[in-house]
Design a protein around this ligand. Structure first.
Ligand code: URA
Length: 240
């Protein structure tokens, strides 16, 4: 059975403002549903698969928001930023109103794949240390990479805040000063500290995939896109 919701509730659920404001948007002729101008905020609609147009901007209905974002350098993954603007400043207002949160964080100078969601259970499943989900980082190093360093990363590195070593699950040299490294944990500054511990230094860091989801080739820096059920299934299957 289709779940019917009033248009006002649908707009509210998508982050377009208070219910009163959403209702006013409809009365002001600023909302279309699948291209048809809406007249009644109390009209009951099956929201699955609809496209709203609000103040001229198309918006797919998603009951929960699952977002892939290509993080540029010099943005912080925080609402309360210290030195740089927030990644949230690059997202549209409805996503902010829905309180999407970063699924784990990238450092201010790290670029690449960041997931965001307003689904607390999803965020928990993806970030809990009990679930090992591989994250691939492309690392540009300050010094040439040696085989000894790769062996050390694969064999386990002890960081100063925890006697338990952390391991690279995969570590492949892709250039004189470039590695692709997969890690399953998410400790603070983990990649940078692992590289420092083996006697090298991270000059640039880019996350290219999380589990079996890789950064889409056409997702430019600063851009975001919805994740769809097939991609979410892939992500769920990546959790060991
Ligand atoms: N490891 C780091 O050192 N920094 C990141 O941003 C992510 C992983």
């Amino acid at each position: 059975m289709a779940k019917l919701l009033t248009l006002e509730k649908i707009l509210f659920s998508q982050g377009f403002g208070t219910r009163r404001y959403c209702s006013d948007l409809v009365y002001a002729d600023l909302v279309s549903v699948n291209g048809v101008l809406a007249e009644d905020p109390d009209a009951k609609i099956d929201p699955e698969g609809i496209v709203l147009t609000v103040e001229g901007v198309d918006w797919e209905y998603h009951e929960k928001a699952y977002i892939a974002f290509n993080k540029p350098a010099n943005y912080e993954c925080s609402h309360k930023t210290r030195h740089h603007p927030s990644v949230y400043s690059l997202l549209p207002r409805p996503l902010i109103e829905r309180a999407v949160q970063c699924v784990g964080r990238l450092d201010q100078d790290t670029t690449g794949l960041l997931l965001l969601s307003d689904d607390g259970q999803f965020i928990h499943r993806m970030t809990t240390p009990k679930k090992n989900i591989g994250k691939v980082y492309v690392i540009t190093t300050a010094e040439n990479v040696t085989q000894k360093q790769i062996d050390h990363l694969l064999g386990g590195v002890v960081l100063d805040d925890d006697p338990a070593p952390c391991f690279a699950k995969v570590c492949t040299q892709i250039g004189e000063r470039q590695l692709a490294m997969t890690i399953v944990e998410g400790r603070y500054h983990q990649v940078k500290r692992m590289l420092a511990a083996v006697g090298n230094h991270v000059a640039a860091l880019h996350r290219s995939s999380i589990g079996s989801y890789s950064m889409p080739d056409d997702l430019k820096e600063g851009e975001w896109r919805w994740l769809y059920p097939a991609e979410l299934t892939l992500l769920a299957q990546s959790i060991e």
